[in-house]
Design a binder for this molecule. Sequence first.
Ligand code: PEP
Ligand code: MN
Length: 362
Amino acid sequence: MNFQSISQFLNIHRPIIISGPCSAETEEQTIATAKQIAATGKVHALRAGIWKPRTRPGQYEGAGDIGLQWLMAAKKETGLPVTTEVANAAHVEASLKAGVDILWIGARTTVNPFSVQEVADSLKGVDIPVMVKNPVNPDLELWIGAMERLSKAGIKTMAAIHRGFSSHEKGPFRNLPMWDIAIELKTRLPELEIICDPSHISGNRDLIAFISQKALDLDMAGLMIESHIHPDAAWSDAKQQVTPAALGKIVSELVVRSVSSENKMFKDTLSVLREQIDHLDDEIMQKMAARMKISEKIGQYKKDNNVTILQVGRWEEIIKTRVTLSKAMGLDEGFTRDLLRLVHHESIQVQEKVMNKTEVKV
Ligand code: PEP
Ligand code: MN
C-alpha cells in the first residue's frame, strides 16, 4: 500500500490537531464550538459526528443529514476543513454531496469487513482522505485489512486513528490503549500517519493531556480530541469532552519532540548508550537460552520420575523471591511479574515438548 499523508493534505507541520464535538447536536452548538476552537489557533480540522453508533438504543444517535449543513456552515465561518464519521454508502454519498473534506471510519465499523467494503466501494473514483479508527477489538490485521480495502478502491490519502480497544476489565481507561498494537502498525506501515484519539481512550477529560503527550512521544502524527462549548451538557460522551479553552491549554502544553537530532554530540552519546543496550540484550538472550536448556533437563528428569511439570509452590516461590529482588533493584513490580510469567510460560512449553514430544504452542 502507498499512502499520501493527511499532514501533507492539510499542508501543516505535525502534530495534526483535529477537534470538535463528539456529536453535532444543534446548529448553534456546532458553529459556536467551531468558532471557539478556531480561535485557539491550535486546530487544523473540525470533527463532529453526524451519525452516531451508540451502544444502547435510546441514546442520541446524531442529527443525521441536517447536521452536515451545520458542519458546512461551521467550515464557512472558520475556514477549518471538516471531517465526519461514515459507516455506510448512504453516509458517504451525503457527506460527499455536502462537501465534507475528510471522512473517518469508526471503531464499530472497522470491525466489520462487509461495512468497510461497502464504504470502500462507494468511494471508488473519489479522491478524498479517509482516516480509519482501530477496530474495537485488538486485531491489527482487521485494522490493516480495512485500509487495504480502501486502498484497493483507489483511496490514496489515509491515516489510522488509534482510539484504544474495548475490554471487560475496568481500569482507568474507557478503552485500553494497548500501545504495542499501534507501535506494531507503525513498524508494518512506516509511511502511514497515526493519529491518537485520547478522548475515546480515556473516557475522562482528566487523562487527555497525559495520553496526548504519550502519543506524541511515540511519534504519532497527531491528535483527535473531542471538544464542546458545554461539555457537561453534551448529548454524547459528556465526561470526556473539554471546552475549547481547555483544548487550547492542553495543546499548548504538549512537548513536541523530534524523532532524531542532527547534533553530533547527541548522536555520539546515543550510539554509546545503544551499544551498551546491545551488549546487555546479548547477555540477556544468552542467559535465557541457558535457562531454557536447564528447563529441558528438568523436563527430562521429571519425565523419568513421573512428576508433573507444574508445581504451584515452586512458581509462587519464584515470583516472591524475584519480585523482592527486582524491587530492591528499582524495577517495576508489574514489569517483573509480566517478564516472569513469559519466561515461566516458555519454560513450561519446553518441558512439555520433552515430556510429550509435542510441537504445539499453546
Ligand atoms: C467518535 O469519534 O465519536 C466515535 C464514535 O468514536 P469510536 O468510533 O472511536 O468509538
Ligand atoms: Mn465520541
